[in-house]
Design a protein around this ligand. Structure first.
Ligand SMILES: [Zn+2]
Ligand SMILES: [Zn+2]
Length: 366
């Protein structure tokens, strides 16, 4: 298998980001990414896809879209569309119609930052989480959105100190804006719980993890600070995909290969700042062999095997319960007794405490 690392939730000046496509592709090359998917709000930008070459490396830039109903207050229900290859904003008013149209167009779609806290500190501070949970047919959840994690940490920090708004509150959150990595611990527990619930119902729900990079300047009285630079975020939460063929350099072929792996869940969410997650593997060995995202048929000697890139706290999760763990190691091998959905979490000490590091997509045993 060939591993490619990318970020699938990024904004440019076509919506509310600060950079153009080529500039952010350069930031991605500096951060060591292989590909990016740009997802501007309610606009599918054409004519920019392709390989961008820089002294630091080569990056494949693809375009998707983040669609929401701009008339809704707050503007919740953000939906990430990949591979539809057409403008999806006309479907924005009806989440189920948007999901169906994405699938009909041959694309895949993810509920973006599904759980958020309100943040009165900013004018548009309403939570932009997912509200219409009755929808069906979506590919998966964005289980970790680094900008949304920052927003939620700021909200909790202010709430614990009974602060809401104003210059004092803004100054108090400055340390979080300068060093988000000291405050952000992992994905929102509510999102992981919802994911486990959906998986336990037998639904194949795929996870992605992203930056939601905008490069937006934050005004804190006399201080203006960019929160956070694209390159900083591209070194944080990414989606790692496993491909059956190496990237060929042909845009159409590589787009199909990467988006196919994302849609099937041949991937994991990696927090690459504490330690690179390249090299992580989760595989199933039964009647057939499978990688993360695959279905494996159980036999008497079937095993699930985890390999972490460095020593970590590894947990194997089945229907929301930890069924095996390794407190500090690089390997975990388990003989599963029951069919069902199995996923892996790895945690790592970083900045003084244990933090979420790797969240794999499931292997389905039957
Ligand atoms: Zn969003
Ligand atoms: Zn976004």
């Amino acid at each position: 298998m060939f591993e490619a690392v990318g970020n699938l939730h990024i904004h440019t000046r076509y919506s509310d980001g600060e950079k153009w496509h080529k500039e952010l592709a350069h930031d991605a090359a500096r951060a060591g990414l292989d590909f990016v998917v740009v997802t501007d709000h309610n606009v599918w930008v054409q004519g920019v896809e392709g390989y961008y070459d820089f002294p630091e490396g080569r990056v494949l830039l693809l375009t998707g879209e983040e669609v929401h109903d701009p008339r809704r207050r707050p503007q919740a229900n953000h939906f990430l569309v990949y591979g539809a290859e057409k403008e999806m904003a006309p479907f924005a008013r009806d989440p189920q119609a948007l999901i169906d149209a994405t699938n009909d167009a041959g694309g895949c779609g993810f509920l973006a930052h599904p759980y958020e806290e309100d943040l009165p500190l900013f004018a548009e501070g309403g939570n932009l989480g997912w509200k219409n949970w009755e929808v069906e047919g979506y590919t998966g959840l964005e289980i970790w959105n680094y900008m949304s994690s920052f927003k939620n940490e700021v909200s909790r920090y202010l709430r614990q100190r009974s602060l809401e708004n104003g210059l004092y509150a803004r100054l108090r959150v400055l340390p979080l804006a300068i060093h988000p990595e000291r405050y952000i611990v992992g994905p929102e527990p509510q999102v992981l719980a919802r994911w486990d619930e959906l998986l336990a119902e037998g639904r194949r729900i795929v996870a992605v993890g992203n930056s939601d990079a905008h490069g937006t300047p934050m005004h804190l009285g006399p201080i203006t600070r960019e929160i956070f630079p694209y390159e900083f975020l591209f070194r944080a939460v990414n989606t790692h995909v496993l491909l059956r063929e190496p990237l060929s350099g042909d845009v159409a072929q590589d787009r199909a290969s990467i988006l196919g792996a994302i849609g099937r869940g041949n991937s994991w969410v990696g927090y690459d700042m504490p330690y690179p997650t390249r090299g992580f593997r989760f595989s199933g060995h039964g009647i057939n062999k499978g990688i993360v995202g695959d279905t494996v048929r159980l036999d008497a000697g079937a095993t699930l095997q985890v390999l972490a890139p460095t020593r970590a706290h590894i947990r194997l999760i089945h229907d929301g319960c930890v069924i095996a763990s390794e407190p500090s190691g690089q390997n975990l091998t388990v003989t599963p007794m029951e069919p069902g959905t199995y996923r892996v979490e790895c945690l790592l000490p970083y900045e003084g405490r244990e933090r979420g590091w790797i969240y794999s997509n499931p292997i389905f045993l039957e």
